[in-house]
Design a protein. Structure first.
Length: 224
């Protein structure tokens, strides 16, 4: 198995990322180039890519939020400000996973695991309390005429069914927390539904500020 490495996304990676995203999600509207540029400007630490043989094979994008403001039902468009990440808040304690995608020809090569581990390392480094995300349920459409999305997820949790995304996330140590209805309406395979998941940082220290809060305070002190 070839080695997969994770590094911070750079502006020069944008073209390759857009091409990869089109291959992964041919039926979903891709990101806009200016949105990617905005993500890198607002929160560069949260934008990661996976490489294999010096080729980009995966991506993980995230922002920091005040979770109390978003704990109720929300859509991908709302929480990410339509992909611009202008909802990023350095005072927050939650790393929100906005997107993960992997080259479809390399599934099973631990690319997704390496990206998730990169996010966990970032969460620990920044001293954030948790990672949350709303994951697709791409196996649901095939059985949606037989059961509700709630029953589908229960069967995945029980091991009766395997969902390509949720089953992977559970193996990565995330906990299922509920359903987000109409999270991504154009996601036909998931019937627009998503599973809210969370991973709690075991090294989080509530007696310390997060790294982003410290950096923000320093910038404020030096402003004229």
């Amino acid at each position: 198995m070839k080695k997969v490495t994770v590094r911070a996304t750079k502006p020069g990676d944008v073209d390759a990322l857009l091409q990869l995203q089109k291959r992964v999600y041919p039926t979903i509207t891709p990101w806009r180039r200016d949105h990617l540029a905005n993500q890198l400007e607002i929160f560069p630490e949260g934008q990661l890519i996976a490489e294999m043989d010096q080729h980009i094979v995966g991506c993980a994008s995230s922002l920091v939020i005040l979770w109390d403001e978003w704990a109720d039902e929300h859509t991908w468009c709302e929480i990410t400000a339509a992909g611009t990440f202008s909802t990023h808040n350095p005072d927050g304690f939650t790393l929100y996973g906005a997107e993960v995608f992997v080259d479809p020809g390399l599934r099973g090569q631990r690319v997704g695991h390496t990206l998730y581990e990169g996010r966990r390392q970032l969460c620990r480094h920044l001293n954030l309390r948790r990672i949350t995300a709303c994951g697709r349920l791409p196996g649901y459409r095939a059985v949606s005429h037989l059961m509700s999305v709630e029953l589908y997820v229960k069967k995945v949790l029980w091991g009766d069914l395997v969902d390509p995304v949720l089953s992977f996330q559970l193996r990565e140590g995330f906990h299922f927390c509920g359903i987000m209805s109409d999270y991504l309406p154009e996601d036909d395979d998931s019937c627009g539904q998503a599973s809210l998941i969370a991973w709690v940082n075991p090294t989080y220290d509530p007696t310390r500020q997060t790294a982003l809060q410290i950096a923000s305070s320093s910038l404020t002190e030096f402003q004229p």
